[in-house]
Design a protein around this ligand. Structure first.
Ligand code: HEM
Length: 372
């Protein structure tokens, strides 16, 4: 947009990006806010206000809160798998969207009839799948977001009117959350925050597609998965190797110089997350798919950043990482332990030119049958 912008990658860049020299206010471009992020949400807040709002999401980072979600997700996978058997073919991307929509809505406390699931899965998918579109589908995403926002805000308003009639749930906690001044969040901000949990949970269907792609493209690596640790390393390598959203935006809070590069107050800064996960200074043979690189790898919050870096509670790092890994774990288990299937000839190339990047064919499977 003809504005001075610094784009950088790597561990040191990520450390600077998550320091107090940069801020998020006003960083996300309007077209992305209108589809993907929504307005008034945690992504655009800084410092005390950010840390207070982040408390809403931190229970997602406690594994004891997530067992029910993963058991529920597994049961839904098993039910969907039954419907695949005898079907000529299924699209894994679309199936995972349905599974994740049903699981996250039920777990969050959002009432959804079975016949509403396909429509809501489509609405939540459009919010991330067309967010970067350069044609009319972008406006479709904007329009759909409004409809989805109405669906959520009606629930919030009802809870606020009749709180006693609702038992405890994430929906209720998000609806009644108060800001630092003790005020209920504005309706649009509360809606944005609820959608910031539902939408990305459905977006994990992209990672399910990448998982199946990796199982197919790298069968020798898949065969080496014998223990829980191997499975974890495989999932981490999928999160490192495949592209998702490429960059995160921020703005310089002040004038400063970093490694001979001048940053001007207010200028745009982009952290290249895909580039950092493929940076040859961090990763040996970054373009090779090697799950074993994660065996016993010490964790560092700035060098492996598929969902952002730094600290989950005090910084902007994604609070959905455990949900993401857990959903991928359920998918990996079902694809490798519960079914056999055939991958017919299809276009398995990754389309890097769209946002988010995706496998062109969406991963079609046929001849799905229970594991022999
Ligand atoms: C933030 C990626 C799943 C909720 C982020 C960020 C990235 C990201 C790159 C920005 C980090 C930053 O600004 O520094 C992903 C990917 C996911 C995923 C690739 C898997 C598909 C989830 C899930 C949830 C979630 C499952 C919640 C249920 C959020 C929220 C933020 C965020 C609320 C804003 C955090 C903040 O600004 O403090 N995510 N995410 N994400 N993510 Fe995720």
């Amino acid at each position: 947009m003809l504005k001075r912008t610094t784009c950088f990658k790597g561990k040191a860049a990520a450390e600077l990006f998550y320091s107090t020299k940069l801020e998020r206010k006003g960083a996300a471009p309007e077209p992305i806010k209108a589809t993907l992020f929504g307005k008034g949400g945690v992504q655009g807040l800084d410092q005390r206000e950010h840390q207070h709002r982040k408390k809403l999401f931190m229970p997602f980072m406690e594994s004891s809160n997530l067992d029910d979600l993963f058991n529920l997700t597994h049961a839904i996978w098993q039910r969907r798998i039954k419907s695949w058997i005898g079907n000529p073919e299924i699209s894994l991307y679309e199936e995972a969207q349905l599974i994740h929509t049903e699981a996250i809505c039920e777990w969050f406390g959002i009432p959804l009839r079975k016949d509403e699931i396909p429509e809501k899965a489509k609405e939540l998918t459009i919010m991330f799948d067309y967010a970067g579109a350069k044609d009319l589908s972008y406006f479709k995403a904007r329009f759909k977001r409004k409809k989805t926002e109405r669906w959520i805000s009606e629930h919030i308003e009802d809870i606020r009117k009749h709180p006693r009639e609702y038992s405890d749930s994430y929906l209720k906690r998000f609806s009644l959350f108060r800001d630092l001044r003790g005020e209920l969040l504005p309706l649009n901000a509360a809606t944005t925050e609820i959608l910031s949990a539902l939408r990305p949970a459905v977006a994990i269907s992209l990672y399910v597609v990448f998982l199946a792609h990796a199982l197919h493209q790298f069968p020798d690596r898949a065969r080496l998965m014998n223990t829980e640790k191997d499975r974890f390393s495989f999932i981490q390598e999928v999160r490192r190797f495949y592209p998702f959203f490429p960059v995160i935006p921020a703005r310089a809070r002040e004038n400063f110089v970093w490694r001979n590069h001048e940053f001007i107050k207010g200028q745009m800064v982009l952290l290249d997350i895909y580039g950092t996960n493929h940076d040859e200074r961090i990763w040996k043979h970054p373009e090779h798919f090697m799950p074993e690189r994660f065996n016993d790898r010490p964790e560092n919050p700035y060098d492996f950043i598929p969902q952002g870096g730094g600290d989950h509670a005090t910084g902007h790092r994604c609070p959905g990482e455990l949900i993401t890994i857990g959903f991928m774990n359920v998918a990996l288990h079902c694809l490798t332990e519960e079914i056999d299937y055939h991958v017919p000839i299809q276009d398995l190339k990754i389309n890097f030119s769209r946002l988010p990047a995706i496998i062109n064919s969406h991963m079609i499977l046929n001849n799905v049958r229970p594991k022999s």
